[in-house]
Design a protein around this ligand. Structure first.
Ligand SMILES: Cc1cc2nc3c(=O)[nH]c(=O)nc-3n(C[C@H](O)[C@H](O)[C@H](O)COP(=O)(O)OP(=O)(O)OC[C@H]3O[C@@H](n4cnc5c(N)ncnc54)[C@H](O)[C@@H]3O)c2cc1C
Length: 428
């Protein structure tokens, strides 16, 4: 089968083995093949790709829920979408959610995903009480916070075994709506000022026009849940991109025009309004298969983070490089991050991160290699859940706990059993 990740790059033919139950999985792992778990394929690069794939999405029963504490026990193939549909009407929401709800709980733990509230609430692992993990020899371990296998698995991109089920805390809410404030900024300095000003609010994000001459001009959106006892949640209706766009459709001019119009459309004055959780957290989920607009060669998302002290300088340099290259994407997403956690390969550190999409075309990888150097110079790193092309030298220089991670892979004999295209490229 031709399984893909969200970026549609790279491509590989894989044998797909659905996860059915523990006995079947342990039997599968006893073969002499190597595998990588696959959730819902919403990582952009090659972290869930290999010749043999363990597909977990049908392993998706809800197992238990404690109304008193909000502790939910689910199998790893349950998606955040499914959790929201069942639990939002009962007044519960995901504590840490990314910009799509179409991911599995296994994928959320493995990438240790973060959301618009990282500066306050941290990563997904911080809402995890425990999970069970099947190692390469079929042994099932219950992994709790502070275990070395917890630190290695959260953010470990499926390289420590198959997560079977997990207990995660949900957050009590009293509305299906968010009070959203929108602020239009003039440049990067102004954008940073707005982030700092609203940093006590739980959610914040900015859309930057990365092709503009006014470096860092953005639309910043901040918000929090309303308290209006309106929990009658129904998913918003979606549009669909029914076919792959020809590769020429997205070019410097069409992207520039889109960004210009998007910025122009935003209100001049600070605007406050009530929006649905789907509009606030998941605007991109409204268009099914939006990745097809990049054409058949696909695209790569470049997401890096810089420490707070070098964020301003580093972002100025990177945004100028991108603007002058004429490549680069629709609006880029800028977020503020809080303290880093103890997981060996979790991406966030206290600072700012930018994520932007690049169509796979001539010259793009050379540009991204240059950007890597700027990121490294400023003490930053790239996000493994988005990566399809960084070099092993870059990874090893930018993740200081890589040795601890590799030791765990060795200690539990995981290196021959769990591998992805990414792990081979990066030598991890
Ligand atoms: C539109 C969009 C917006 C996004 N926004 C954000 C964001 O704001 N923040 C953020 O952090 N991420 C974001 N992401 C990335 C996404 O949240 C992560 O890549 C996530 O890991 C995808 O989960 P998945 O279930 O699709 O897993 P996959 O993509 O299938 O797999 C991702 C990794 O998890 C491993 N894995 C999956 N299931 C298991 C399991 N049961 N056991 C062990 N390993 C497993 C895989 O081996 C792989 O390494 C976004 C993605 C999209 C498409």
């Amino acid at each position: 089968m031709n399984l893909k990740s969200w970026g549609l790059y790279p491509k590989i033919k894989s044998k797909v083995f659905p996860l059915i139950n523990k006995t079947q999985l342990s039997k599968l792992l006893s073969s002499n093949k190597e595998f990588i778990p696959y959730g819902n394929g919403k990582s952009y690069g090659d972290s869930a790709l290999n010749e043999n794939i363990i597909h977990t999405k049908k392993y998706n029963f809800f197992l238990n829920f404690n109304e008193g504490t909000g502790l939910l026990h689910v199998q790893s193939g349950v998606t955040l979408d499914e959790v929201i549909e069942v639990f939002l009407p009962r007044g519960w929401f995901i504590k840490i959610t990314p910009g799509t709800k179409l991911i599995t709980v296994g994928g959320a733990i493995s990438a240790d995903i973060h959301g618009k509230n990282h500066h306050i609430d941290g990563c997904f692992s911080q809402s995890v009480e425990e999970f069970t993990l099947m190692l390469g020899n079929g042994e099932i371990k219950t992994i709790k916070k502070n275990d070395e296998l917890f630190y290695a698995t959260c953010g470990g991109m499926g390289l420590t075994g198959v997560i079977l089920d997990a207990k995660i805390y949900l957050k009590k809410v009293n509305s299906k709506y968010i009070n959203q404030t929108t602020i239009k900024t003039k440049n990067l300095k102004h954008t940073f000022e707005v982030f700092e000003k609203y940093q006590d609010l739980p959610y914040s994000v900015a859309w930057i026009d990365c092709l503009s001459r006014d470096i860092g001009k953005a639309i910043v959106m901040v918000g929090d849940f309303r308290d209006d006892n309106n929990l009658d949640y129904k998913k918003d209706k979606n549009l669909n991109i029914p076919f792959m766009f020809p590769t020429f459709v997205l070019n410097k001019f069409s992207v520039k025009l889109f960004n210009y119009l998007y910025y122009k459309k935003a209100p001049k004055r600070i605007e406050e309004k009530k929006v649905s959780i789907d509009s606030f957290f998941y605007p991109l989920d409204k268009i099914n298969n939006w990745n097809r607009i990049y054409g058949k060669n696909g695209f790569t998302q470049y997401q890096f983070i810089l420490p707070k002290e070098s964020s301003f300088q580093g972002l100025q340099e990177i945004l100028s490089k991108i603007a002058s290259s004429g490549k680069g994407s629709f609006l880029a997403v800028l977020k503020l991050y809080g303290k880093e956690n103890k997981n060996y390969l979790s991406f966030p550190i206290a600072g700012y991160s930018l994520a932007l999409d690049f169509k796979i075309e001539k010259g793009v990888f050379e540009l991204l290699d240059t950007l890597d150097e700027i990121v490294l110079k400023h003490g930053g790193r790239m996000y493994l859940a988005k990566d399809a092309r960084m070099s092993k030298e870059t990874l090893h220089k930018s993740y200081p706990k890589i040795k601890e991670f590799l030791n765990i892979r060795k200690k539990y004999n995981l290196t021959d059993k769990f591998n992805s295209l990414q792990s081979k490229r990066l030598d991890i």
